[in-house]
Ligand binder design. Structure first.
Ligand code: AMP
Ligand code: GLY
Length: 428
């Protein structure tokens, strides 16, 4: 099977790494890819959100199966266009990707199907948004409805902050059209975790749970990023809680989407808050994503014992009902190395050395995110998040030790990482 992976981040490197190991894969392409992906796949310089360019590429190379990594091409309808062209593709249609692409749609769907989420309102004008904030008080969470590259959520601790967030989105149009509608919701307290399931339109196959580290600074301080590290499994997600997430969140949404004429296929990524309920911890849904997480995918692929490719194809083909996947029980832990300054401004083109030494640490894989090669073959940083140093070991502590042993072999004066990935598990 000729496979094409879409995207250029650490998530896509992990997908390419896993798919390249499948005996079913005879040729692997990635568009546009990065310097690490180039070791697993033939990289082709077509941007991930160039829908027509990707369809043309898939046709030209007689690709049998396309795996879409990022959300933007999904929301733009890449899977619809590929399927219309007779090319099988893994990922939701644009109609189903609305679960990620419109927070208001997602909240209304959850309300219709009884899925536990924060209480909320949807607003298309500033005055009614302000009135809702005045009625509910602070802290309160203000979200741009559409895709805002991870920047569309403000947790307001004062009324002034809430008003500023509303004005930013609706008056200054900081997120363009994505912010012309807002979701304003109850602030939830608890521990965050994420849960993943493969979905074939009608059935959901549970994958595993993860915990991401969104803040740039140690102890979860400072501005939010795309994710500075992740590990799996997180102790907060007990098997009982995972079963509840399937029963109360994933399955009702899969049924609801099918019943409403938008059957969901692909990966359903549930961002959760584990809140204290009257009789113990309870999962509440914070958000859905319609794709694998980055860096969550890196730890998922390290833990997956089974061949990933047949599972992705079964999700596309509506054949997940009796599908089984096997996992390593060990902990996988990914430390993201980013360019100094990220998530603000940072220099591009700084040189990175020692990646092969790092990858030589046993049970470590170095996934590339924003990397490129200079004409003379040197490895250069080309983005905010640059590497995902990922280890697998029997315990969180051992996985953390191994990952940082590898990190310390990387020579990159212009990069940084958090030194505390996995801390919540270790603090228990
Ligand atoms: P989202 O893009 O919806 O995942 O939001 C980004 C981050 O904002 C989440 O990972 C949470 O840390 C935080 N957040 C979002 N919604 C809420 C909420 N209702 N209560 C508390 N924190 C939230
Ligand atoms: N790491 C969070 C995300 O992929 O959305």
């Amino acid at each position: 099977m000729k496979v094409l992976v879409i995207g250029s981040g650490g998530r896509e490197h992990a997908l390419c790494w896993a798919i390249a190991a499948s005996p079913l894969c005879t040729k692997l392409y990635c568009a546009p890819g990065n310097a690490g992906i180039a070791k697993e796949a033939e990289c082709v310089p077509v941007e991930a959100d160039d829908v027509e360019g990707i369809v043309r590429l898939a046709r030209e190379r007689a690709v049998d199966f396309v795996v879409v990594g990022p959300e933007k091409p999904l929301v733009l309808g890449l899977v619809d266009r590929l399927e219309e062209a007779g090319i099988k593709a893994f990922g939701p249609s644009a109609a189903a990707a609305a679960l990620e692409g419109s927070k208001g749609f997602m909240k209304d769907l959850c309300a219709r199907h009884g899925v536990p989420t924060a209480a909320y309102g949807r607003f298309a004008d500033r005055d009614s948004a302000r009135a809702f904030v005045a009625a509910h008080g602070v802290p309160i969470v203000i979200k741009a409805d559409g895709l805002a590259a991870g920047k569309g959520v403000v947790i307001a601790h004062t009324l002034d902050e809430a008003h500023a967030a509303i004005d930013d989105a609706m008056v200054a149009r900081a997120f363009g059209d994505a912010g012309s509608e807002l979701v304003i919701e109850e602030f939830l307290t608890g521990e965050e975790a994420s849960f993943f399931a493969l979905v074939d339109g009608a059935h959901a196959l549970p994958l595993v749970s993860c915990q991401d580290h969104k803040a740039v600074g140690e102890g979860d301080t400072g501005p939010n990023t795309g994710g500075m590290g992740a590990y799996s499994p997180p102790p907060v997600m007990t098997p009982a809680l995972e079963a509840r997430v399937m029963r109360e969140i994933v399955e009702p949404v899969v049924r609801g989407m099918a019943a409403e004429g938008r059957p969901f296929k692909g990966v359903l990524f549930a961002g959760l808050m584990i809140v204290a309920g009257p009789s113990g911890p309870e999962p509440k849904l914070i958000e859905f994503n319609a794709r694998f997480g980055d860096p969550e995918c890196q730890v998922l692929m390290m833990r997956m014992m089974s061949d990933v490719l047949p599972a992705l194809v079964a999700a596309r083909d509506g054949q997940l009902a009796n599908f089984q996947l096997r996992w390593y029980d060990e902990t996988a832990l990914c430390v993201v190395m980013a360019s100094k300054g990220y998530p603000g401004t940072y220099a591009k083109g700084t040189e990175i050395q020692g990646v092969d030494d790092a990858a030589a640490v046993p049970d470590v894989t170095v996934f590339h995110a924003g990397t490129t090669r200079s004409a003379d073959g040197r490895l250069l940083a080309a983005g905010g998040r640059v590497l995902g140093v990922t280890a697998i070991a029997p315990t969180v502590r051992e996985a953390q030790t191994l990952a940082y042993e590898a990190v310390d072999r990387i020579v990159w004066p212009d990069g940084f990482c958090r030194r505390d990935i996995g801390w919540r598990a270790l603090a228990r």
